[in-house]
Design a protein around this ligand. Structure first.
Ligand code: HEC
Length: 201
């Protein structure tokens, strides 16, 4: 190591990206060495912290119920009642459910999430797969899983916009679409195949 330039070039092989950058900035190695090797991208900082079951129960389902329950109509013995948030505080609550629903779909796309903390068997009536079977399906069709999550994220974003416009008619429409996407993903990854059952029905 006779001079500083050589020292920097040698440093380029060090795992720190800054060493390679320094070499390029100084122009020290141009023409005399092989081009700098591309450093492996650092691991993404996100990693799954809770199970898929926890996410469904505590985030996705709560947020969806919060938006579904906000607009629509109920029928009882006295007739049909239109349901809509009635003041700013209620609108703010619906909005925060919509926000959580949108972003929970990005969270769903974080890979290597366990299905459940405790393995569960398939449903004895044949209505639901075991946690191991669900895991295998997700692992083998990751792109499809992420596709449903991205689709629901986009519809939930439209829901958020409708909430901001206080457009209850649109909120009811989008509520139906959201339900369809939840079920499409569940049919693909949670329920066993049944005659006549497809992701679309
Ligand atoms: C990208 C796929 C996907 C989407 C989208 C999705 N889910 Fe799920 N959900 C699953 C899978 C897989 C399971 C089965 C594993 C489990 O029990 O968590 C599940 C399970 C559930 C459960 C049962 C949790 C339990 O074990 O008791 C609820 C409730 C639920 N989802 C609600 C929803 C609602 C509501 C939506 C839509 C707003 C939704 N999910 C959207 C994949 C999805």
């Amino acid at each position: 190591m006779s001079n500083t330039n050589e020292l920097h070039c040698a440093d380029r092989r060090a795992p720190l990206p800054a060493a390679g950058l320094l070499c390029v900035l100084l122009g020290a190695c141009a023409g005399t060495q092989a081009p700098p090797t591309v450093q492996a991208a650092p691991a993404p900082p996100m990693k799954p912290a809770v199970t898929l079951q926890d996410l469904m129960l505590s985030m996705v389902d709560v947020a969806a119920d919060g938006v579904w329950g906000a607009a629509g109509s109920t029928i009882d013995i006295k007739g049909v009642h239109e349901l809509t948030p009635t003041n700013d505080a209620e609108w703010a609550r619906v909005r925060s459910h919509a926000v959580v629903l949108v972003e929970s779909m990005n969270v769903l796309m974080i890979e290597n999430r366990k299905v459940a903390a405790k393995e569960f068997p398939s449903d004895p009536q044949g209505d639901a797969l075991s946690s191991a079977e669900i895991q295998t399906r997700i692992d083998s069709q990751r792109g499809t899983f992420d596709g449903f999550a991205a689709g629901l994220r986009d519809v939930a974003l439209q829901m958020l916009e409708a909430v901001d416009r206080r457009d209850t008619g649109k909120m009811i429409d989008l509520g139906g679409t959201i339900d369809d996407v939840c079920e499409a993903c569940h049919k693909t990854f949670w329920y066993p195949p049944m005659p006549g059952r497809t992701a679309a029905n």
